[in-house]
Design a binder for this molecule. Structure first.
Ligand code: NAX
Length: 328
């Protein structure tokens, strides 16, 4: 039997947490032969801790053979102790009348503290995925608050956007979703993101040639992927949870176990490629192997794509300057 992997999850009693934990414990994220220890963080308020207790009871009642232990806590240093993987899902939601700027600052406090706790107690190889919004900037803050950890350990979730784009494209091009390769979502996890299928193929056929419709790209595909989250809220009365949890599982699964040469989208600190300033957490196409990701370089950027990339970068830069004073 392999040594258990320690997986920390914050916001564990929330709706994404509820869709996520059972799949991690059943082996869907790290493999059916990989035991896990779940280290679950919730807010230090009675209601959140009671809900967390209930989730842990249900995890126990599943009798998952791969679940070696579960820890529930309100202390980030307990949750992140020796963590190999940290899924930062919990975040401050936007309250009534709250400005975007205030939301950024409230979350900055959370991710500064959690970054510092990771820095102090997590495994030096911890793989961090930030799901809580604004995900890219929260990941940036956590990364900056953890100076002893490799910045490459910090990522933000754009996989839901990637999966949404895959699904829309598969329907339009009438191909199986699993056959599509070469899709990218550039930028911020927000409606400014740029889903880009110029190089997407299915069974060797270029889908841009097949779909061949610039109007569909600009006026349907891009806005539909960008506003999908809002459409789910409108339809369900609640934000995406199962699909978000699924994307988190995909992201970590591929990071740890490899993407077999396929491009996947991860929000990762820029190395300066494509003119994105170093350190900005940006959605790029990557391939993954042996627990490492590699940015796909030298993708041609045409005028349309450059404008789209500039727009999403401008938004990220604005978010970054909004929290710069907190990061020293
Ligand atoms: P919920 O409100 O259902 O759950 C969040 C949980 O986090 C709550 O139980 C809360 O008590 C807890 N929490 C808040 N602050 C915490 C902290 N400092 N430490 C520990 N726990 C804390 O939200 P849910 O629907 O689960 O969504 C979670 C986050 O994911 C939100 O920020 C949401 O905007 C974001 N999303 C990000 C997506 C992405 O693609 N990157 C897509 C889905 C989702 O919208």
């Amino acid at each position: 039997m392999k040594k258990p992997v320690r997986v920390a999850v914050t916001g564990a009693a929330g709706q994404i947490g509820y869709a996520l934990l059972f799949r991690i414990a059943s082996g869907e994220m790290l493999g059916k032969d990989q035991p896990v220890i779940l280290q679950l963080l919730e807010l230090p308020i009675d209601k959140a801790q009671a809900a967390l207790k209930g989730v842990i009871m249900e995890l126990e009642d599943c009798a998952f053979p791969l679940l070696a232990d579960v820890v529930g806590t309100d202390d980030p240093e307990v949750a992140f102790k020796d963590a190999d993987i940290a899924l930062l899902v919990g975040a401050r939601p936007r309250g009534p009348g709250m400005e975007r700027k205030d939301l950024l600052l409230e979350n900055a406090k959370i991710f500064t503290a959690q970054g510092a706790a990771l820095n102090k107690v997590a495994s030096r190889d911890v793989k961090v995925l930030v799901v809580g919004n604004p995900a890219n900037t929260n990941a940036y803050i956590a990364m900056k608050s953890a100076p002893d950890l490799n910045p490459r350990n910090f990522t933000a979730m754009l996989r839901l956007d990637h999966n949404r784009a895959l699904s829309q494209l598969a329907t339009k091009a009438d191909v199986a979703v699993g056959d599509i390769e070469g899709l990218i979502v550039w930028g911020n996890h927000s409606p400014t993101m740029y889903p880009d299928y110029r190089f997407a193929t299915a069974n060797g056929q270029n889908l841009k040639d097949k779909v061949g419709d610039a109007d569909w790209n600009a006026n349907t595909f891009i806005p539909q992927v960008g506003k999908r989250g809002a459409a789910i809220i409108e339809a369900r009365g609640l934000s995406s949870a199962a699909s978000a949890a699924n994307a988190a599982i995909d992201h970590i699964h591929d990071w740890v176990l490899g993407s077999n040469g396929k491009w996947v989208t991860m929000g990762v600190p820029s190395d300066g490629s494509y003119g994105i300033p170093e350190g900005v957490i940006f959605g790029f196409a990557v391939t993954t192997e042996n627990g490492e990701y590699t940015l796909v370089k030298d993708i041609e950027v045409d005028d349309f794509s450059q404008k789209a990339i500039d727009k999403t970068l401008a938004e990220l830069e604005e978010e970054r300057s909004g929290v710069a004073h907190l990061l020293g």
